[in-house]
Design a protein around this ligand. Structure first.
Ligand code: NAP
Length: 334
């Protein structure tokens, strides 16, 4: 029997996850959808034969919905996660888990009180083949102890709904999570600097931004965030160890050498670059959710990442380095 899923948010990624659940993966049936834009949800519901709900809360309460995918705007996530936890339904929540530390902690507390994991957070880079190979080599000690990680995150452009705070809490949150995962360490301090502003982009965005993470065991991470780079969606990474380095594959199948030049393809957006990772994270989620649980990136990971993005926002405002202290980790996430 396929798992009956309700999807909250039928925007760009909500639509893509619905395509994945209905056309790519097996074991899933999307039975309900909702979006604040009711007209958009109506079109999607009609196309896949799902029920349209007037709100996320109504969708979560639908007895026919066995598991919930939250793909709405980041600032709406926490209320839906808490409601779905209350209903004890498995949840896939797109990143960020929540945009405030308080909301993340409320979710961590609610899940820990249940005593079992129900939430997987959409940090899909952990399911990308190249990041996975990088993590494995680092964990095996193939480059000695990891000392530094250089991370580059460039987007072609951002939609009008993208507000300045999202540079840190919606975009950089991916790089923060992957840094914690690759280096198997927590962030102890963060410093943010804005570069000379990209004059081709929106005047309200401090773009590009440089974020420096000081890890608890002494490693350093530098993250470049450029959200209006124009030329393509470009994700790069290199871990520098004591005896070697590991560099992320750039994702293109071939280099073209012609007419005295080398050229290759740069992905258009995150859908193209991480298509395999999104499929894989959902395969894992479906298996765990069908068994009534969750796997992969947890609420604790969502909390740890948002703790850093909120400290990063303070650093950007004050110009000063911000120290970071996690609360005690509940045994559920050990
Ligand atoms: P989007 O296209 O703007 O979609 C967000 C959707 O949620 C829109 O349809 C929006 O409607 C709707 N929405 C807003 N408030 C809602 C509410 N209270 N209840 C139900 N629906 C609501 O944005 P997106 O790019 O798909 O991003 C959605 C989420 O996915 C964000 O958290 C984003 O960070 C995440 N995301 C993750 C990745 C990844 O790589 N893992 C990539 C892209 C996006 P309106 O347009 O009418 O406001």
């Amino acid at each position: 029997m396929p798992l009956k899923i309700g999807v909250i948010g039928t925007g760009m990624i909500g639509e893509d996850h619905i395509r994945r659940l209905t056309q790519v993966l097996s074991g899933a049936e999307v039975v309900a959808v909702t979006d604040v834009d009711a007209a958009r949800a109506k079109v999607v519901a009609a196309r896949i034969g799902a029920r349209q709900h007037e709100s996320g809360e109504a969708l979560i309460a639908d007895a026919n919905v066995e598991a919930v995918v939250i793909a709405s705007w980041g600032r709406t996530h926490s209320a839906y996660v808490l409601a779905a936890l209350d209903a004890e339904k498995p949840i896939f929540c797109e990143k960020p888990l929540a945009t405030s530390v308080e909301d993340c902690l409320a979710i961590v507390k609610a899940e820990a009180a249940l005593g079992r994991r129900l939430v997987q957070v959409g940090f899909m880079r952990r399911f990308d083949a190249s990041y996975m190979a990088m993590q494995r080599l680092v964990a095996e000690g193939r480059i000695g102890a990891p000392l530094m990680f250089h991370s580059v995150h460039r987007n072609v452009s951002v939609p009008a709904s993208y507000i300045p705070a999202m540079i840190l809490d919606d975009t950089c949150v991916h790089d923060i999570d992957i840094s914690r995962w690759l280096l198997a360490d927590e962030v102890a301090a963060v410093t943010v600097k804005s570069a000379r502003r990209n004059s081709k982009g929106r005047p309200d965005l401090a773009d590009p931004t440089l974020v420096l993470l000081e890890m608890a065991q002494g490693g350093l991470v530098d993250i470049e965030i450029s959200v209006q780079i124009g030329y393509g969606y470009d994700i790069r990474g290199e871990v520098v160890g004591e005896t070697g380095t590991v560099t992320l594959a750039t994702g293109q199948p071939v280099d073209l050498r012609s007419a005295g030049a080398v050229s290759g393809h740069v992905p258009e957006d995150w859908r193209e670059r991480f298509i395999g990772a999104y499929d894989e994270e959902f395969r894992h989620w479906l298996t765990a959710a069908a068994a009534g649980g969750a796997t992969g990136p947890s609420c604790w990971d969502g909390y740890a990442a948002t703790l850093v993005t909120t400290a990063a926002a303070r650093s950007r405002a004050s110009g000063k380095t911000q120290a970071i202290a996690l609360v005690q980790k509940p045994a559920l996430y050990a």
